[in-house]
Design a protein around this ligand. Structure first.
Ligand code: PGA
Length: 253
């Protein structure tokens, strides 16, 4: 049985004060957070206060990005050990906004995945096709290329501990979500690729989320699918009520 995982990707939203009050208002429900792993991804500036506010709640925290070096002349970057220091246990890597707006390549993301694992941060590796790629029938090829390209030289035992988020680019922030059937099919395909390359145990234990316009009204459909282990939520994670509804629907499956 894989533990469902809900990630709240706040992107470039919330001031320190807004982030802190969200964390303070979030319902305490340690039993639920044992059944559904919850990870909040605030902006870098809010990590320290959110980390403090979440202490003892069972809710975890991650960063939205990082650099692979531990220190040095990398203006504007943040290292894995700095994230650990701020209280993170997770890190989002290869989000489509990083790939498309900031031109991050699989090779660059692969260095970050390795650095995260070496520091004991759990990477959530995001992959997914654009609308044009989907319309050209390239969804599986693109997902396979991003997945294997970002996981070069990573051992099967590390794959079992990490999380993959399948996020079709056309569904992110658009309100147009993939159908649960389409998401299930692509996620089953991703699991098969992991199985073939890293063995049965990795294929069975790696958790794979769906992301892209997940809301309280559609979340349950995804979580009822065999291969979908939770969601990475952007817009709907910015309000306490909608995020907690989504978490609850993962807890009753
Ligand atoms: P969305 O974003 O839920 O606003 O579509 C998801 C994501 O980018 O992780």
């Amino acid at each position: 049985m894989r533990l469902p995982i809900i990630g709240a990707n706040w992107k470039m939203h919330k001031t320190i004060r807004e982030a802190e009050s969200f964390a303070a208002e979030f319902p305490a429900d340690a039993d639920l957070y044992r059944k559904v792993e919850v990870v909040i991804f605030p902006t870098f500036t809010a990590l320290a206060v959110v980390g403090n506010a979440l202490r003892g709640t069972g809710i975890k925290m991650g960063a939205q990005n990082m650099h692979f070096e531990t220190k040095g002349a990398f203006t504007g970057e943040i290292s894995p050990n700095m994230l650990l220091d701020a209280g993170c246990s997770y890190v989002l890597l290869g989000h489509s906004e990083r790939r498309h707006i900031f031109k991050e390549t699989n090779e660059f993301i692969n260095k970050k995945v390795k650095a995260a694992l070496a520091h004991g941060l759990v990477p959530i590796l995001c992959i997914g096709e654009t609308l044009e790629e989907r319309q050209n029938g390239r969804t599986e090829d693109v997902c396979k290329e991003q997945l294997l390209g970002s996981l070069t030289d990573i051992e099967a035992r590390d794959i079992t501990t990490m999380v993959v988020a399948y996020e079709p680019v056309w569904a992110i922030g658009t309100g147009v979500n993939a159908t649960s059937q389409d998401a299930e099919e692509t996620i089953a395909f991703i699991r098969r690729i992991i199985h073939e390359k890293y063995g049965q145990k990795a294929g069975e234990s790696v958790r794979i989320q769906y992301g892209g316009s997940v809301k309280p009204t559609n979340a349950r459909e995804y979580f009822s699918k065999e291969n979908i282990d939770g969601a990475l939520v952007g817009g709907a994670s910015l309000e306490v009520d909608s995020l907690s509804e989504i978490i609850k629907s993962a807890g009753i499956i």
